[in-house]
Design a protein around this ligand. Structure first.
Ligand code: FES
Length: 124
């Protein structure tokens, strides 16, 4: 699995998000309680950039029509059937240097984080 280095620690604060373009792909990075999450930077509804949304705790709200996601899992809160495309993240420490792999489906996130999983897989 090939990873791409995309940011360094000073670029992302805990509780914040940032957008990056990686090999033609728009990626949203979220740092929450010391854990980096990476998703395709597109809302599952109509594709608006989620980096323009509002992050409150673990809830990311799209600015367009207020769909909400739990950034810890990429799963929808409202609607619950929504699902974000997630990417595997590797963090080189220290300093924080998250990298992502672009071809990892949500199922991998489910295996890495055995918690609430997305129930719908978007057509990307
Ligand atoms: S595009 Fe995000 S809620 Fe509609």
């Amino acid at each position: 699995m090939a990873f791409r280095s995309i940011i360094t620690a000073p670029e992302l604060w805990d509780g914040d998000k940032i957008a990056r373009r990686v090999e033609g792909l728009d990626v949203l990075l979220v740092l929450l309680n010391g854990v980096v999450y990476a998703y395709k930077n597109r809302c599952a509804h109509q594709g608006v950039a989620l980096s323009e949304g509002r992050l409150e705790g673990n809830v990311l709200t799209c600015r367009a029509h207020h769909w909400q996601y739990d950034v810890r899992f990429g799963s929808g809160i409202n609607p619950a059937t929504a699902c974000l495309r997630c990417f595997a993240v590797a963090v080189a420490a220290p300093p924080l240097e998250p990298t992502v792999h672009r071809s990892v489906p949500n199922v991998l996130r489910r295996t890495l984080r055995p918690v609430r999983a997305c129930t719908a897989v978007p057509s990307w």
